[in-house]
Each structure stands twice: as structure tokens, then as C-alpha cells.
Design a protein around this ligand. Structure first.
Ligand code: HPA
Length: 275
């Protein structure tokens, strides 16, 4: 019988655990253009995704693809600098594999960050927004298929996918930094083409504030394992039809780079209060 996701994730977790003495309970996934935070970890061990057994490799510029384990203010954290997306041709099982590895390493809290288009007209480019809930329009679900009880149940509650408790902590951290932190509903699409203006109007009608191509699969896999999730989007652009200029990956990366210091500051304040 071929190895299951559970066995592969356990093997990868064992590999990572042998490379460091730190045992992080908290993990952070840094999205497009948002990788800077990983550089400031103390006592860090960086492991390229390519070295970790069964890990998928990112093919997108701006997603450098390393797992960095270190400390922030004395608290051990595992930081994924980059991720893979379904639009690169990966199955949703492959997309969530790193989350399952983190879970098998003993992580119980996960912060997912991403670049997103702003659909709600009240949002501005460059703003950080907490994800209050999501709408999965990617057409995929990482739990679909053969089940493995060792990962968690097949049917599970998603009524508080993004932890209210962790969101409160994020609001407190933002308040000490005196910046505005709105909340919004994140809608996920498969991509990689950006949306049409008609799609964005439809998504607005559905109740979405943000649109992006990641995060939702990871949240679902984490919730199956009982991991608490906090999600944060950086509004890298206004969604299609809401800004004069055409959308581009360059704009997404440029805005990400402009905001990554603010995000790093927020994470540095937030991490010691989580856990
Ligand atoms: N649409 C989808 N994904 C995105 C966008 C967008 O406008 N911006 C950043 N990621």
C-alpha cells in the first residue's frame, strides 16, 4: 500500500524535528511579497522546501520556499516563507501537505497570511485585513477523497473557522501600533487569471470583501486537525473593475513589499500573546 498523507506528513515532521531543538506550537505562513518576518527570527534554522521529504515546491516568483524555525521574543515559531497554490497544478492534498506536517510537529495555532484583492469599496490598497470567515469558490476541498481518521474527522464544524479569540488578540496588537485593522470575508478562487469585473460584482453580492487564490484549503486542513486559525490579508490591489489600472502580479508583489514591515511588526507583537 502506498503511504498516505498522514504517513508522509509524519515522516516530514520527523525530518524537521531532527533539524532543530525548538518545538513550536505556533506556525505562520507568509504570503506573496510578505516574507520579511522570517528574517528577524532568533536562533533560526532554515530548511528549503526541496530538502523536506514529500514537500511540494513553489514555482511562483516571490515565494522563496523555506521553512524557518526560530524564536520571536523567546517564543518558538515555525514560519513558512512561501507556499504552493492549486493554480500551479498541485492537488489540494499537495497544497495542504505543509499544514499537515506542521500539525504532526505539534503546532496548535496557525496564522495564514496572503495577498488579496479588495472587493469591499471601503478597503484601501496596502491595508491589512483580518479574515473573519471565508467562501470557498475554488471548487476544491482537501478533505475530499479517501479519509484517514488519524488526520481528523471527515465531517467537521466550520462555523468558527477563524478563531474569534485569536482575532481579539490581533486587534489588541494593532491597537498598540495604532493602525486600522478591519475584518472581512475572504473568497477563494482557483486562479491564476485575475477575476473579471462581472465576477467581482457577483462576489460582492455573495458577501465577499476580499478575493484571493490561497488560504482556504489550508484553513480547512488545519481545522480538520483541530488547529486554531488566524487569517490575515494584505490588500495588494483593488479587485478587477474597482481600480483604473489593469491588475498585475508586479503590483501584488510591490504592495506586499511596502506592507511587509508593518506585518512583521504586528506579528512580533502578536506572537508572545498567542499560545
Ligand atoms: N484576485 C485574486 N487574487 C489576488 C488578487 C486579486 O485581485 N490580488 C492578490 N491576490
Amino acid at each position: 500500500m502506498t503511504d498516505t498523507s498522514f504517513e508522509k506528513a509524519s515522516a516530514a515532521a520527523g525530518f524537521v524535528t531532527r533539524r532543530t531543538e525548538l518545538r513550536p506550537r505556533l506556525a505562520i505562513v507568509l504570503g506573496s511579497g510578505l516574507g520579511a518576518f522570517a528574517e528577524q527570527l532568533e536562533e533560526k534554522t532554515a530548511i528549503p522546501f526541496a530538502e523536506i521529504p514529500h514537500f511540494p515546491q513553489s514555482t511562483v516568483p516571490g515565494h522563496s520556499g523555506k521553512l524557518v524555525i526560530g524564536k520571536v521574543a523567546g517564543v518558538p515559531v515555525a514560519v513558512m516563507q512561501g507556499r504552493v497554490h492549486a493554480y500551479e497544478g498541485y492537488s489540494s492534498e499537495e497544497v495542504v501537505f505543509p499544514i499537515r506536517v506542521l500539525g504532526r510537529m505539534g503546532v496548535t495555532q496557525l496564522m495564514l497570511t496572503n495577498a488579496a484583492g479588495g472587493i469591499n469599496p471601503g478597503l484601501q490598497r496596502g491595508q491589512l485585513v483580518l479574515i473573519a470567515d471565508h467562501i470557498n469558490l475554488s471548487g476544491r476541498n482537501p478533505i475530499a477523497g479517501a479519509t484517514d481518521d488519524r488526520l481528523g474527522p471527515r465531517f467537521f464544524d466550520m462555523s468558527e473557522a477563524y478563531s474569534g479569540r485569536l482575532r481579539l488578540l490581533a486587534h489588541e496588537a494593532a491597537r498598540t501600533m495604532e493602525f486600522r485593522l478591519d475584518e472581512g470575508v475572504y473568497l477563494s478562487v482557483l486562479g491564476p487569471s485575475f477575476e473579471t469585473p462581472a465576477e467581482i460584482r457577483a462576489f460582492r453580492t455573495l458577501g465577499a470583501d476580499l478575493v484571493g487564490m490561497s488560504t482556504v484549503q489550508e484553513t480547512i486542513a488545519a481545522r480538520q486537525m483541530g488547529i486554531e486559525v488566524l487569517g490575515m490579508s494584505c490588500v495588494t490591489n483593488l479587485a478587477a473593475g474597482l481600480q483604473a489600472e489593469p491588475l498585475s502580479h508586479e503590483e501584488v508583489m510591490e504592495t506586499g513589499r511596502a506592507v511587509e514591515k508593518q506585518l512583521a511588526g504586528l506579528l512580533t507583537r502578536l506572537v508572545p500573546t498567542m499560545g
